[in-house]
Write a protein that binds this ligand. Structure first.
Ligand code: 5GP
Length: 114
C-alpha cells in the first residue's frame, strides 16, 4: 500500500490542527471543511479502506466512535447533534486511502448522508 498524507500527519511530518490523540487514534480538522466543525478521526495504524477491516479491528472502530463522541463534546456540538461518515472507494468518494471517519456538525445538516 502506498503511503498517504495521513501517515505523514501521524508522524508530524505535515502540520494538522489536532483536536484529540491517544495511543491508537488521532483526530484533526479537515483542511477543506464542509461544516463549521469538520474533524477527521483516524486510526494510527494504516488500513486503506473499510473493506480491509478484519474482526480484530472491531475494538479499534469502537474506539474511533468514542473518540468522535469526545471531540463532539469538546467542540460543543454533542447535544445539537452531528454526523459520522466513512467513505469507501469510488462510489463513496474516498480520496485518502487510510480509513477515516468524518465528524460533521455545528450547523443544521441536510437530508441523508449522500
Ligand atoms: P475522503 O473523501 O477520502 O473521505 O476524505 C478525505 C478528506 O481529507 C477530505 O475531506 C479532505 O479535505 C481531507 N484532507 C485531504 N488532505 C488533507 C490534509 O493534508 N490535511 C487535512 N487536515 N485534511 C486533508
Amino acid at each position: 500500500m502506498s503511503e498517504t498524507i495521513f501517515a505523514k500527519i501521524i508522524r508530524r511530518e505535515l502540520p494538522a490542527d489536532i483536536v484529540y490523540e491517544d495511543d491508537e487514534i488521532l483526530a484533526f480538522r479537515d483542511i477543506n471543511p464542509k461544516a463549521p466543525v469538520h474533524v477527521l478521526v483516524i486510526p494510527k495504524i494504516e488500513i486503506a479502506t473499510i473493506n480491509d477491516l478484519e474482526d480484530e479491528h472491531a475494538e479499534l472502530i469502537g474506539k474511533m466512535v468514542l473518540a468522535a463522541q469526545k471531540v463532539a463534546r469538546q467542540e460543543g456540538i454533542a447535544e445539537e447533534g452531528y454526523r459520522l461518515v466513512f467513505n469507501c472507494n469510488q462510489h463513496g468518494c474516498q480520496v485518502v486511502f487510510h480509513i477515516h471517519m468524518h465528524l460533521l456538525g455545528g450547523k443544521q445538516l441536510r437530508g441523508s448522508a449522500a
